[in-house]
Design a protein around this ligand. Structure first.
Ligand code: ATP
Length: 442
C-alpha cells in the first residue's frame, strides 16, 4: 500500500504540478490576485509565526482558540487576505479494482471553498482512492468530479489545479531543499528568476531558509514534512490534497505540526482535503469530516456533529468509546420526557431521537458512591443505575472505569478533580443525564 502511495511521486513532482497556462497567467509582482491577496506579499508574511521552530511553546493555545472562523478567532493575529478558494463537487463516484469489493460505492460529496475537509475511515475504506480520483491519478468507473466549477472528470492530473502531499513525502532525497522546491515550478516552465524568488520565499516561510542548500536526506522528519508541504504550496494550487502527511512523525511533533498546518490553512484560505485514519487528528483539524466505510459515506458533518450525533453504530464506535444498548421499548406518554427500556433498566430521556440503539458516551456519565445502607434503594432516583466497579484505569487527569450494571458492563470516564475516586469493588450509581441520551439507527 505504501509503495502504491509513494509510487505516485512522478505525479506530484511533475504532472501534478499545474498547467503551462497557469504559470503564464501568474500575476507579476505587485498585481492584486483575485482573492484580494497581493501577489507581491510573501507567503511567510501571510502566515506569521507558522513553522516557527519554537511553535511547540505556543501549544498552550487550544486550536479552537487560535485558528479561523469555524474554530474561533485569534485576537493576536489579524485575519489575512484570502486566496480565491475552490469548491469541489463529487457526484455518484464508483470505483472497483478488478472483481474485488468496490473501493468507492456511490460517493456524493460537496466541499466548500476554503474548507479543511477530512476523509476519515478505517484501513481500506477508500480514502486514498477518493483522493487519487480528485488528483486525477485514478480513473473513475462512474461519476463526476467538479473542481472550482469546472468538470475535471476527464482532465489529466497536470491540468488540474490541485497538488498532493503524500504520506511518503515523495521528495528527492539526494537533491537539496532548493532543488526539491524548484522541481514543480521547473516542470511548469516558470522562468529561472521567478522560480528562485518563489523558492527562497517558500524556504523562509517554512523556516528552513538557512538549510536551503542542504540535501533532503540530511534533514529531520519534521523538516522533510515541511518541505513536502512547501513543495506542494509553491505551485499555488487551488486545492491541496494531503494523504496522511503527518503519519511518519512522532506524537509530539505531529501535534505541533497539526496546529501549524491548521493555522496555515486558515490564513491562506485554501481548500484542503486531508486523509487520515486518526480520529483525534480529524477532530482537531477539520471544519467537516466525511466518515467512510467499505467505500460508502457513513456521515458528513462537523467534528461535534460526528462525535456527539453519530448517524449510526459504525460512526459512534469509530469515533470513540461508545456504550451501545438496544432499546427494547419506549414510552412517550409523559409530556416532558421519553422513557426508554434498555438492558441497564428504564432511563428517562429528553429528546433521544427515534433509533433503536441507545448511545452513552463514557464521559457523559458520572459515578456516585452509594453507601451500603442505600444499596437496596434501586431506581429511587431517576437515571441513577446501581452497579459495582469492575475495573479502574487511573490516567492522572481522568480515570476510566468498567462498571457492572444489571449484568452489563458500562464504560465510564471520570475527570480527576482531586476528590475521592471510586475503587474496584465499590458500589456506585452510574448517573445518566437525560439530555445526553440519544438513540441511533443500526
Ligand atoms: N491499485 C489497486 N489495485 C487493487 N485494489 C486496490 C488498489 N488500490 C486500492 N485497492 C483496494 O481498494 C480498497 C480501498 O483502498 P484505499 O487505498 O483507497 O483505502 P484507504 O482507506 O486509503 O486505506 P489505508 O488507510 O490503509 O491507506 C482496498 O480494499 C484496497 O485493497
Amino acid at each position: 500500500m505504501s509503495n502504491r502511495k509513494g509510487g505516485a511521486m512522478s505525479a506530484v513532482d511533475g504532472k501534478d504540478a499545474g498547467t503551462p497556462e497557469q504559470h503564464t497567467t501568474r500575476k507579476p509582482a505587485g498585481v492584486r490576485a483575485p482573492g484580494g491577496t497581493h501577489a507581491s506579499e510573501s507567503v511567510s508574511e501571510h502566515v506569521g509565526e507558522s513553522f516557527d521552530d519554537n511553535a511547540g511553546e505556543n501549544l498552550g493555545d487550544t486550536v479552537n482558540e487560535s485558528v479561523g472562523e469555524s474554530h474561533g478567532t485569534n485576537a493576536d493575529q489579524p485575519a489575512l487576505p484570502r486566496r480565491a478558494a475552490s469548491s469541489i463537487q463529487l457526484k455518484g463516484l464508483h470505483k472497483r479494482f478488478g472483481n474485488e469489493v468496490a473501493a468507492l460505492d456511490g460517493v456524493d460529496l460537496s466541499i466548500q471553498p476554503g474548507e479543511f475537509f477530512t476523509l476519515l475511515g478505517p484501513s481500506g475504506c477508500g480514502k486514498t482512492t477518493l483522493l487519487r480520483i480528485l488528483a486525477g491519478l485514478e480513473a473513475l468507473d462512474e461519476g463526476q468530479v467538479v473542481i472550482g466549477g469546472r468538470d475535471v472528470t476527464e482532465v489529466p492530473p497536470h491540468q488540474r489545479s490541485v497538488n498532493t502531499v503524500f504520506q511518503s513525502y515523495a521528495l528527492f532525497p539526494h537533491l537539496s531543499v532548493r532543488d526539491n522546491l524548484a522541481f514543480g515550478l521547473k516542470m511548469r516552465g516558470v522562468a529561472p528568476r521567478e522560480r528562485e524568488a518563489r523558492v527562497a520565499e517558500m524556504a523562509e516561510f517554512i523556516k528552513l531558509g538557512s538549510l536551503i542548500d542542504r540535501r533532503v536526506d540530511q534533514l529531520s522528519g519534521g523538516q522533510r514534512q515541511r518541505i513536502a508541504l512547501a513543495r506542494a504550496l509553491v505551485c499555488e494550487p487551488d486545492v491541496l490534497l494531503l494523504d496522511e502527511p503527518l503519519s511518519a512523525l512522532d506524537a509530539g511533533l505531529r501535534s505541533q505540526i497539526q496546529i501549524e498546518l491548521l493555522r496555515l490553512q486558515k490564513r491562506l484560505g485554501m481548500t484542503f482535503v486531508f486523509v487520515t485514519h486518526d480520529q483525534q487528528e480529524a477532530m482537531v483539524m477539520s471544519d467537516r469530516i466525511a466518515v467512510l466505510d467499505s467505500g460508502s459515506l457513513q456521515q458528513v458533518g462537523s467534528p461535534r456533529e460526528i462525535y456527539e450525533r453519530p448517524a449510526n453504530a459504525f460512526v459512534a464506535r469509530f469515533m470513540g468509546h461508545a456504550n451501545l444498548f438496544d432499546v427494547t421499548a419506549r414510552d412517550d406518554s409523559r409530556s416532558d420526557a421519553i422513557r426508554l427500556t434498555t438492558p441497564l433498566g428504564v432511563l428517562t430521556a429528553q429528546a433521544p431521537g427515534t433509533g433503536s440503539l441507545l448511545l452513552l458516551r463514557p464521559e457523559t456519565l458520572d459515578l456516585r458512591r452509594r453507601p451500603a445502607s442505600e444499596f437496596e434503594r434501586h431506581d429511587v432516583l431517576e437515571n441513577h443505575l446501581p452497579g459495582r466497579v469492575q475495573e479502574r484505569l487511573y490516567r492522572g487527569s481522568h480515570a476510566e472505569y468498567r462498571v457492572e450494571v444489571a449484568g452489563v458492563s458500562v464504560q465510564v470516564v471520570v475527570n480527576n478533580r482531586g476528590g475521592q475516586l471510586p475503587e474496584v469493588g465499590d458500589q456506585v450509581d452510574v448517573v445518566v443525564a437525560a439530555q445526553d441520551l440519544i438513540t441511533l439507527g443500526e
